[in-house]
Design a protein around this ligand. Structure first.
Ligand code: NAP
Length: 459
């Protein structure tokens, strides 16, 4: 997984080194040296912080829980990235996720660098009181390296506004009298969070898909019909026809993306399958997403796993194994659960022609190549799932100004920002033979390289 990000960054750097219209003032040996510096800067994090949080549990046992904060790069602004609460967290994963944040912020012109945190635990195995202590200890252990102008965490898998509220409160008590609202984003609205932050990533995920197959396709149809680009053919096949969608993961990102798809007035699409760590629910006529969202809200995030439960809430669906969501005969697959879900051993079973990466790195390098060779369009993580960090940026700004936007203003600002990025990368994507991921990486790497060069960091 980590090598995937590195490989694409390196490919982008190699292409830019050859392209003398990029940074034309840097020539010859100096150019080679500058690009060697870029490789080392972008392929390694600035800092990896690790601590063992000492937690007395309610049953009086004491545990030491490993926790990380990785600060990848801050050339564009303070480090920024979520804190994951999950049992599979490991250092390599956190480093890779931090580097994706650097690239994501560069791609969308968000003035933040890349960071990420992780705590190795299954939050379901801890009481609320214990989780509160874990969140506070995380801030105590890492308080020297965090702060509104240094490193700003946010929620990630397994964490949410409750944890961010706890963490901000702890930060505030450790640094009395200092600005604190911008120290964490993804907080509850009452604690200075932004309206729309919770829905931002899922909404952005659906927006990137809708924009590509609807708005952009309509506006730029002549561009797409003129080229013999294989991805243009795939996109044109999506024009003005009913579409089926399946969504892996029904948490913060997946459930909102599914709801957006269900409610979309732009597209004739139906969500035929959703899944979580227990099940896939399937209905070829489309699932009742609002009722399923309501069910998960009352049941600790879990989808129904039994026919009785489905009957009780009036949802018609077949219960299938959790992996089946990946292999259904659908037009679109939205991946909103974990990394590495589509890989070399299962990629041949995937039938969707468009894949949208709501999760970070859910498609491995081998699978990505296989799918791209077949003309499958993959809307990559750094493009599709940036809604969260974009609205986090709005939250950070609102916290500084103590002026708050309406929900409508937040979503309009979000869509404007994502539209600007899509309008930058899509014409290039349909004009050359590279997958969209490669286009996005080149764009990010160009921005980072230029900034690092102008900051005098490439020697
Ligand atoms: P979340 O609320 O914790 O939801 C994760 C979902 O994935 C849950 O439905 C979970 O099911 C499901 N899941 C877990 N393990 C699974 C498995 N093995 N197979 C199928 N489903 C599985 O997390 P989230 O915030 O939506 O984040 C999802 C992904 O999006 C992560 O990769 C995260 O890094 C990425 N992301 C999130 C944001 C954000 O703002 N939240 C921003 C950018 C990227 P259970 O409920 O049964 O555990």
């Amino acid at each position: 997984m980590i090598s995937q990000t590195r490989d694409i960054v390196q490919k982008s750097l190699d292409a830019l080194l050859e392209d003398e219209s990029f940074l034309p003032e840097v020539k010859g040996e100096t150019r080679k040296k500058a690009f060697t510096s870029l490789t080392s800067i972008l392929s390694t994090p600035n800092h990896v912080h690790k601590s063992y949080l000492r937690i007395p549990l309610e049953d009086e046992k004491v545990v030491r829980i490993p926790a990380f904060r990785v600060q990848h790069n801050n050339a564009l602004g303070p480090y920024k990235g979520g804190i994951r609460f999950h049992e599979t967290v490991n250092e390599e994963e956190v480093v890779n996720l931090a580097s994706l944040m650097t690239l994501k912020n560069a791609l969308h012109d968000v003035p933040f660098g890349g960071g990420k945190g992780g705590i190795i635990l299954n939050p379901r195995e801890y009481t609320e009181k214990e989780l509160h202590l874990i969140a506070r200890k995380y801030v105590q252990y890492f308080s020297d390296v965090l702060g509104p102008d240094k490193d700003i965490p946010a929620p990630d898998m397994g964490s949410g506004e409750r944890e961010m509220d706890w963490m901000m409160a702890e930060y505030k008590s450790i640094r009395p009298g200092m600005p604190y609202r911008g120290s964490f984003t993804g907080k509850s609205v009452v604690n200075g969070g932004s309206l729309g932050r919770r829905e931002a990533t899922g909404k952005g995920v659906f927006f990137t898909f809708r924009y590509l197959v609807h708005d952009f396709l309509r506006e730029q149809k002549s561009l797409l019909t003129k080229t013999d680009n294989v991805f243009a053919k795939t996109a044109l096949d999506f024009e003005d026809r009913p579409l089926t969608i399946s969504v892996q993961g029904f948490g913060n990102v997946g459930s909102v993306a599914a709801l957006e798809a269900h409610q979309s007035t732009h597209l004739q699409n139906k969500v035929v399958a959703v899944s979580d760590r227990n099940v896939t629910l399937f209905n070829s006529d489309g699932l009742d997403i609002p009722t399923l969202v309501e069910f998960t809200m009352k049941n600790k995030g879990d989808l129904p796993t039994k026919d009785d439960q489905l009957k009780e809430i009036g949802v018609k669906a077949e219960i299938r194994g959790r992996e089946e969501v990946l292999y259904l005969d659908v037009d679109v697959l939205m991946l909103a659960a974990l990394e590495d879900q589509v890989h070399k051993d299962n990629v041949e079973k995937v039938k969707a022609r468009i894949i949208v990466e709501g999760a970070n790195a859910p498609v491995t390098t081998e699978a990505d190549k296989y799918l791209s060779d077949q003309g499958v369009i993959i809307i990559p993580d750094i493009l599709a799932n940036a809604g969260g960090v974009i609205v986090s940026y709005f939250e950070w700004l609102q916290g500084r100004e103590t002026q708050f936007y309406t929900e409508e203003e937040v979503f309009n600002l979000l869509y404007d920002k994502m539209k600007t990025t899509m309008d930058t990368v899509l014409p290039l994507f349909f004009g050359d033979p590279f997958p969209l991921r490669q286009n996005c990486y080149i764009h990010s790497v160009m921005k980072l390289s230029t900034v690092l060069y102008r900051q005098g960091k490439l020697y």
